[in-house]
Ligand binder design. Sequence first.
Ligand SMILES: Cc1ncc(COP(=O)(O)O)c(C=O)c1O
Length: 433
Amino acid sequence: MNNVQLNELKQRYVANGCASPATQFAERAENAEVWDADGKRFIDFAGGIAVLNIGHRHPKVVEAVKAQLDKVMHTCAVVMPYAPYVQLAEKLAMLTPINGSAGKVMLINSGAEAVENAVKIARAATGRSGVICFDGGYHGRTFMTLAMTGKVLPYKNDFGPMPGDVFRAPFPVPYHGVTEEQALRSLKMLFETDIPAHRTAAIVIEPVLGEGGFYIAPPGFLEALRQICDENGIMLVFDEVQSGFGRTGRLFACEHSGVRPDLMTMAKSLADGMPLSAVVGRADVMDASGPNSLGGTYSGSPVSCAAALAVIEVIEEEKILEKSRVLGDKLAKRFAVWQRSFDCVDNPRNLGAMAAFELVSDRAEHTPDADLATALCEKARDKGLILLSCGTYGNTIRMLMPVTIEDDVLDEGLVIIEQALRELLGGESAVTG
Ligand SMILES: Cc1ncc(COP(=O)(O)O)c(C=O)c1O
């Protein structure tokens, strides 16, 4: 079936709320390239939203998945456990920087499920209910994670009252007027105005905001959160669903700051496209809830676990963390050229390959230009590049191409962005650097 025929099926049978506006259907993919149902090639700078740090269908992962399919596909881990679950648990416990005692692990299917479970575990461990999260944070689309998500549209608008005991503090983004000091003061004020520290179970933060705009939490801010949590018996939860598994040049973004959480959530690039997520945390905290209180039918599928075990090997064998840093440097250099060449490009930032810049209509005022960001992504798609925007103001362009992208494919994609920007700006600005 071609794109037109598939679109007819989509319009007729797929619910409006989950039907993508994209009209090209993926037919096959390899590393950083995707071909659609009409045979058109696309360069992939989205990586299925941060899922493909080691590229589409990494051969080692495909091989591991096929081998697991020939053994066992499902038993339900609580009915009859299987080796890949416990082997992956061991690896994740060893690899995840956790505060204090050795880590323990639970596996589930999606990022949202991981965050839901981290909150359940933090509540069980503390006997408290309050959860503090941050403006611009994105934690998923289940009700609890929606309540925690700090952006109304398009996520929350249609869905009525959210679960309670969720509070929000500002995330420090000096470029948009919130300093680290102000953010910290507002957080402390929450303890006076909304939820006392002794009723707070968890502070949940993304060390680098994902959907919220790729803003990097300053190390000093994370250290201050660690101190507040230690002083008040609160669980510090790092949501590394988007920033984890090699995106930032370390396995986890928090490693750049040296601050360790009590609980960490991870998903996305953990299993190179197979659905899998995890909560990793302090053993005493992870063990706080009763037998059979956590889990689900498909939690930690053997096939997904086999994929994740292969991903961990690939990250080591192919020096993915080093490659992520090199890619980040290349992107930063190119962004600096664009910032000099295009008045609308500003605030480039990156932690390894978690890289982004903003499109603004007035650089002096930092005025977000979400329309330009949308137009750029659309034009890029027409030219064969899959590109994503993000951010509270919808004006950030983020880079999520595989870290394994070939140099010539990367350059081709970056040139498409330059051409698209030039066309959108009516040829006023030219790239000169
Ligand atoms: C930081 C973060 N947490 C949680 C989620 C939710 O993950 P999922 O879409 O797999 O439920 C996302 C998804 O983008 C995310 O970026």
